[in-house]
Design a binder for this molecule. Sequence first.
Ligand code: BGC
Length: 452
Amino acid sequence: MNRIAGFTLRSLWLWLILSLPVIASTRVDNPFVGAQGYIDPDYVENVNRSIAQSDTATAEHMRVVANTPTAVWLDSIAAIDGSNGRRSTLEQHLVNATKQAQGNEPVLITVVIYNLPDRDCSAKASNGTLNGLAGLKIYREDFIDRIASLFSDNRFSDLRIVTILEPDSLPNLVTNKSVADCQSAFENGIYTGGIGYALNRFSDIGNVYSYLDIGHSGWLGWDDNRTRTVDLYVDVIKSSGSLHNVHGVATNTSGYSPVEELLLPDADLMIQDLPIKSADFYQYNGMFDERDYANTLKTEFTAAGMPDQFGVLIDTSRNGWGGKNRPTKAKRKASINNYVNAARIDRRPARQNWCNQNGAGVGARPTPNPFNDGTIHAFVWIKPPGESDGTSDSTQTHADAEGKRFDSDCDPQGTTHSGNPTGAIGNAPAAGRWFHQHFDMLVRNAHPPLIK
Ligand code: BGC
């Protein structure tokens, strides 16, 4: 009896020990492969509002968008609980996601974690509601801990949960420390501390895959910016306890940079003895597009010690640039600027422009492993197309209840710090609110087309 009991106990231990590594390694290399994306009913509701105001042909294109997976943004503590009656709670989203499962394919839900204290330190449109070190404590306990506890609920263990962490925060520490709010966020360790904490909390949950937002090619593409970026990111990831706590990085969140500048494949092409990257539009930044940026990041992060399966996501929700102004072939022109300006797909006045851009279109549909290269894990729609980047109402100088206010980069008549037109369209509501005119334009300029 004893022997049998001893044997049973030993085999139980053996079973436990053998099964531990299995539990720890349930994460797949690329979570997007073999999964179906979550359709957010709140987003569908917004698109339906636009459909109701549109002609039949446009409405048909909008319906394709409504059937496309988009990310859920947790941009405040209230967003966990559903706010202003317009959002499902996080729990409802997760329950909905489990209900969308068909057959054996797991459902993948992408959740943007966007609530660091002193958020968006170099702009005004989306500052949020938490501040300083007191805010960091609230961020950890009332935001991240609550999210982690929902993510780890057994009811949701069959989901693949992808998190995109804190758009623009670490990129601002790389290039914008001259802005007082960014400098103090850096000195107080608010961004790095908040992100390190979140990574650590999520790392224990076997079906959560964390990706750090990493700006876009037109922001951090320069060699010196990238070097500082990789150093900073690796430090933050290490501070979370393990380099395995992130699955990769996400580029172009809410951005407009194309996946590929197809007519400008070589940044070092010489015209009149100068490389075309010296054009005003590129300012000697050789990373013309997200694909180049992603490939370079993969090489540099793995060289810095990140695991081989480290991958990159690209937000393609609004970087399509279709429509009548899309160039179809490069033409030899007398000057570099003329050559570049005629051939580039990105029609913004400047690559720094970020607010409700005119002429933009919905980009490639979410696609797992789009180049079959193990580098770009997926095209994802992180910014839900049709949600505003910021209000164009210049009288909104004080933050509203969600911490949103006017930024001059959203003024359709204004110019940015670099002296270029903002490229923004007018009548825009606060960041995150539904913006029918922008949505209508994005749908009309979709590339590839929404319906072939
Ligand atoms: C806003 C968020 C919103 C997100 C997605 C951000 O700019 O601040 O409130 O959820 O965009 O639209």
